[in-house]
Structure formats: C-alpha cells, structure tokens
Design a protein around this ligand. Structure first.
Ligand code: GPP
Ligand code: MG
Length: 291
C-alpha cells in the first residue's frame, strides 16, 4: 500500500478503499446471463435496466426455445431503448467531441453514444475485467481508435479538465458520494457541456429508505441516494438541471417481463417491483448543463 508523506509524519492513503475493492471484486466476478446473453445478441453489453412498453406476445410462443430467445431479445430491446434515451439527451455532439462514461460497465453506453454522434468516448470502471472486456468489444467493432475504456476511479479520473462536451452516469451513482462525483464531472466538462444521469433513487416523500431499497443496496453492494441529494449536489457543483423525467412507470413493464424470464432472473425482480409500486423508489433521468 502506498505511503503518502505529509511533512514529518507518514500516513497510509490507500489508492482504493476497502469498499471499492469489494465492489470491484463483485464486478470482476459477475457473469449474469441477463447481462451476457442480452449483450451477445448485438455486442452491446448494458449494465442497466429497460424502459418502454413490452410486446407481451413473446411469452405466448409455443416453442420453449424460441420463447426464451424472444424474451431475451425483448429485454435487450428495452435496455437498448434506455441507452438511446440517455444518449439523446447528451446535446448536439460532433465527431470531434469527447464524452465521458462514468461507471461504464462492459461498455455498451459509450458505443451507443459513439454510433449516434461519431464522438470520442472514455469509459471508466473500477473493474479491470469490465474494462478489458469493453476494450475487446471496441477492437472487434473497429472503433478502438475513438472508444476507450479505463480501469480508473470515476471520482478521480486523471483526465484533462474541460476536455469533455458531455458526460453521464447510467445507474452507477449509487456506488459513490455525489458531491465528489459531480465535482469531477464539473471539472471534466467544458463550460456549456451536458451531464446526464439515469438512476434509481429513494423517494424523499416516502421518508427514509424502505426495506426494498435496503435489499437492493445489499444485493449490489451499493448505497442508493435520496432524490433530494441529486439536486443539492448538482447545484453545488455548477450543474444546472435542464430536464427531469420520472421513468418509474416506464421501467415497471421491463421488470414484469424480466420476472417471468426463468432463464435470466437473478432474484431481485420482485424487490424492484415492490419498491416502485409502494412509492419508496423512483427511476429518474436528470440532464444538467455545466455553467
Ligand atoms: C446493474 O445493472 C445496475 C446497478 C448495479 C445499479 C443499481 C441500480 C439501481 C437502479 C439501484 P446490471 O445490468 O449489471 O444488473 P443485473 O445483473 O441485475 O441485470
Ligand atoms: Mg442487467
């Protein structure tokens, strides 16, 4: 462990906290079929949920193998729709622009942004496995000159200040302190740049975090923030909301379908449905301008 010299006394400053090590271990080991089988369909590996109306006819297919296939395709379509919804909010980007994907997972979101705008993308994850996997996907697609993934801390990327026209977190803010996160986004974004977050947050009007929110935290080793914390931390870091969208109703059908996908379930499906339906949890998109 590196020792930081501070005057005459030396104190231990770990480059990564014990918590971060445990989170990295989780993602280095994660191989859920719901992520890998969906990603395999078109090489876009997402680590977020879906939005939009479900084609329920996929459940009716009389052929069991074909039914499984169609359910997988339908869940992937809904996750892809979510990724496009976020990408559409990044502003009018050009191929010369650079975007920052904070908590990029296996890389799908950066590829979606690149395909839409032709822009450069830097994705960051603290999982070395995920970064390697994502870089391999970019190489296979022949876009590794513009889309790159780095095993780094999203709170302290080391990237150049003001170098980015847009940045986002797609379901990754619950792993970090928002004040530190938004300070880093504000540093990286140029003036007038756009920040977008899609997140699950707990609903302040419910009170404190519900039992279901706590179960989701335990499942992923994360710490879901209240809705209020987002707006407070954005305002304190020169990030001014321009669009806020409650996606809760739009994501419930995804979870209803996923719950019935016996070959893909992870066991967390009913908890999400209860949390959304009892009003303790919300699925939110916020777009903000860097001023
Ligand atoms: C995981 O996506 C997303 C998170 C770990 C963040 C938690 C999200 C909230 C909205 C609270 P994933 O695609 O890796 O998860 P899964 O394996 O369940 O599909
Ligand atoms: Mg998933």
């Amino acid at each position: 462990m590196p020792i930081a010299e501070t005057g005459t006394t030396a104190s231990r400053v770990p480059t990564q906290s014990t918590y971060q090590n445990r989170v990295a271990e989780y993602w280095n080991a994660e191989e859920n079929p719901v992520n890998l089988e969906l990603g395999r369909l078109d090489g876009l590996y997402h680590h977020h949920y879906g939005v939009g109306d479900v084609d329920w006819s996929v459940l009716e297919d009389p052929d069991a193998a074909r039914r499984r296939e169609r359910i997988t395709e339908e869940l992937h379509r809904l996750e892809h729709t979510q990724a496009e919804l976020l990408a559409a909010r990044l502003g009018s980007l050009t191929p010369d622009d650079r975007v920052f994907d904070a908590g990029c997972g296996r890389g799908g979101g950066s590829v979606v942004a690149h395909l839409r705008y032709g822009c450069h993308a830097d994705g960051v994850t603290i999982s070395g496995k995920q970064a390697d996997f994502a870089n391999e996907q970019a190489r296979a697609r022949g876009i590794d000159d513009k889309v790159r993934y780095h095993c780094r801390n999203m709170l302290d990327t080391g990237f150049a200040s003001g170098a980015y026209a847009a940045s986002w977190n797609n379901e990754s803010t619950m792993y970090v302190e928002l004040e530190l996160l938004f300070a880093e986004h504000a540093r990286l974004l140029r003036r007038g740049g756009r920040y977008v977050v899609i997140t699950g947050c707990y609903n302040d009007t419910y009170g404190q975090a519900s039992r279901e929110v706590s179960l989701i935290n335990a499942h992923y080793i994360c710490d879901i923030h209240p809705r209020s914390a987002y707006f407070r931390a954005l305002a304190r870091n020169r990030l001014v909301p321009v669009h806020v969208q409650d996606l809760t109703d739009a994501t419930i059908p995804y979870w209803e379908l996923r719950k019935q996908a016996d070959h893909l379930v992870t066991g967390i499906e009913d908890t999400f449905l209860t949390a959304y339906k009892n009003g303790s949890f919300q699925y939110l998109l916020i777009a903000a301008d860097r001023v």
